[in-house]
Design a protein around this ligand. Structure first.
Ligand SMILES: Nc1ncnc2c1ncn2[C@@H]1O[C@H](COP(=O)(O)OP(=O)(O)OP(=O)(O)O)[C@@H](O)[C@H]1O
Length: 245
């Protein structure tokens, strides 16, 4: 095994993944820098979700290597991968899967409570994140009383409140109206940048890639070219980062 570059928080080499014999990823290699916002784009079915699941340890590439902070993830047991996901990674899905019986703050605090954080502290952190994401007024409401955009913000707060090193966001604005998309995405990227959280963002949306530092494209489960983000004066992405392929 070759160790990854020190400055890559996530590093993957030669990822292959098949669903019942149908290949979804065929030899994808990628490096993600600490604090970087990386957009993964490509047509429907090109393997974006599968890549995020392999990088986050939900799926085990076969073959392929995934390293997090210079330690191998692909050799960990299922239990150790689950622990890593719980403690270091956040996941934002394209649909906000909130617990209907819990209030906004309880939903946002869930990963902290599962981890054993004391109730008062978990509530304070969750409430702060809801406020940062402009849904402070949803703290006491149940998901059924919220709009889809509010629910998605609560789901984002839940991912960020647990103090993750990396957040994986799988088309997080897909279910939103056009007007809400840019705002929700801007809120996510601003919050991530201000807390040095690395974000790997699967998206079909050009607006999303403009907010990223770098974009990689998948085509039929393989890497296409890397597109540097526009200059800060044109978009909000930082200057282009180098690609490790
Ligand atoms: N659970 C599954 N079982 C069987 N095939 C799957 C499964 N999930 C994904 N696939 C297939 O694997 C390939 C890659 O899918 P994936 O969802 O990773 O792509 P994607 O780029 O995220 O697509 P989309 O933009 O539609 O979400 C596709 O051909 C898809 O049909």
């Amino acid at each position: 095994m070759v160790a990854p570059p020190d400055n890559d928080v996530l590093w993957a080499r030669g990822l292959h993944y098949s669903y019942s014999g149908s290949p979804a990823l065929t030899g994808v290699s990628i490096g993600v820098r600490e604090g970087e916002i990386l957009a993964v784009t490509g047509p429907r079915g090109s393997g974006k979700t599968t890549l995020l699941k392999c990088l986050s340890g939900q799926l085990l590439a076969d073959p392929g290597e995934v390293w997090f902070n210079s330690a191998p993830v692909h050799t960990l047991s299922r239990g150790a991968r689950e622990r890593l996901r719980r403690e270091r990674f956040g996941w934002i899905d394209s649909r906000p899967h909130l617990v209907p019986e819990l209030t906004g703050w309880e939903n946002a605090a869930l990963p902290l409570l599962v981890r054993g954080t004391i109730h008062r502290e978990a509530k304070r952190t969750a409430t702060e994140w809801l406020e940062r994401l402009d849904v402070g007024d949803c703290a006491r409401k149940r998901p059924g009383a919220l709009t889809q955009a509010q629910r998605q913000r609560v789901a984002i707060a839940r991912a960020l409140a647990a103090d993750p090193t990396v957040v994986f966001a799988d088309e997080p604005t897909a279910p939103l109206h056009q007007a809400d998309r840019a705002q929700v995405l801007r809120t996510l990227t601003t919050a991530a940048r201000s807390h040095q959280i690395t974000v790997v963002l699967a998206t079909l949306d050009e607006e999303s890639t403009a907010l990223a530092d770098r974009t990689v494209t998948l085509v039929d489960g393989r890497r296409g070219g890397a597109i540097p983000a526009p200059d800060a004066s044109e978009g909000e992405g930082r200057a282009a980062c180098s690609v490790s392929a």
